[in-house]
Write a protein that binds this ligand. Sequence first.
Ligand code: FMN
Length: 401
Amino acid sequence: MTGRLQDKQLILGVCGGIAAYKSVQLLRLMTQQGARVRVVMTRHAGEFVAPLTFEALSGEPVCIDLFDRTDRDASIRHIDWAQEADAAVIAPATANLVAKLANGTADDALSTFLLAMICPVLVCPSMNTHMYQHPSVQRNLDRLKSDGHMVLEPGAGQLACGTVGPGRLPEPEQILDRLISRLTPKDLAGKRVLVTAGPTREFIDPVRFISNPSSGKMGFAVAAAAEHRGAEVTLVTGPTRLSDPAGIQTIRVVSAREMAGAVFDHFEAADIIIKTAAVSDYSPRETADHKIKKGAEEMSLALQKNIDILRTLGGRKRPNQFLAGFAAETRDLRENACKKLVEKNLDMIVGNLVGNPDSGFSADTNRVTLFFPNREKEPLEIMDKASVAHRILDRIMERLS
Ligand SMILES: Cc1cc2nc3c(=O)[nH]c(=O)nc-3n(C[C@H](O)[C@H](O)[C@H](O)COP(=O)(O)O)c2cc1C
């Protein structure tokens, strides 16, 4: 399984902020994606996390002091490492580091490295809310943006120092996502992609519903992959535990009827439509206003067929639109998937057999087969859902060109 940062050389800059502990997890995520990561820390960062932690996890020496006489390579590292790097991430970036970078100050290893760098730099400021909102910090952040650096907005909430407001370092997964996005070639630039994800819920009464175990992970992975590749993405999702992905217009719906409405609203404008959502085929004919009380030994529920969103889109599709569906099956994958492909006028169907712990609903990995109208099929090996998403987009782009 190749990571999304395979063969990348990255610099992780760590400053003396309370969120320095999160950079340990960020380092792990970066290396798990295949990157070679070199850590450059400020002296004050060492008050929060020991350099040995970063050294052990990166497998590389950590640079803190350019003039460390016990480390004979240190004095030239700021040139070598800076020139070899594909990107740098500063997380957390203190108010102090932001000020230094905005003003071209180079008075320690990290600030010196940053001036020697010609690669993209992702700055992740994190500090007390009053510090963050201080006009001089805001002025410095504006300067960084106008200098071409990417600045990741901090999250808001209750901070470690007790203040409430912006200043929290985004989660390592979010920082990694922005980094991957920055480093991914933009072959989908100019394309509008509509993705659906998750299950739907068809309420029986205010406290009970018909649904399925779809986690939304596959659809979110497709949406993120398309965004990373430069597309303008709209994601229509049923209820999931996943938070809104960065850079994507996310529309949250509950029922199949709501999903249909949102999809039809955005279908016309889309070049590529990828429907991963597990939409309920049926919903209760009536939804009770109040909780249904326990009574008779048996109870029947009258169900009515929901609108078939994919079939409707297949009927409305323009020749220059690409429509892909998913088929989660428990048996006869080829037969069922190909039937759906033809009947619903799709350009591709992604079939998977659900029921295995490493494939389908809720899993982080998936084993799928791609089917096409010319009877071609491509079985993919088991891989993480982000890799499946990229493979699907690769095949769509090949066919569109
Ligand atoms: C417990 C503690 C937590 C701190 N947290 C932050 C922080 O989150 N963000 C920040 O900008 N400064 C923070 N500071 C202040 C910085 O450590 C201080 O400005 C320092 O000079 C930064 O040095 P550096 O940028 O070289 O790492 C904190 C200080 C202490 C003592």
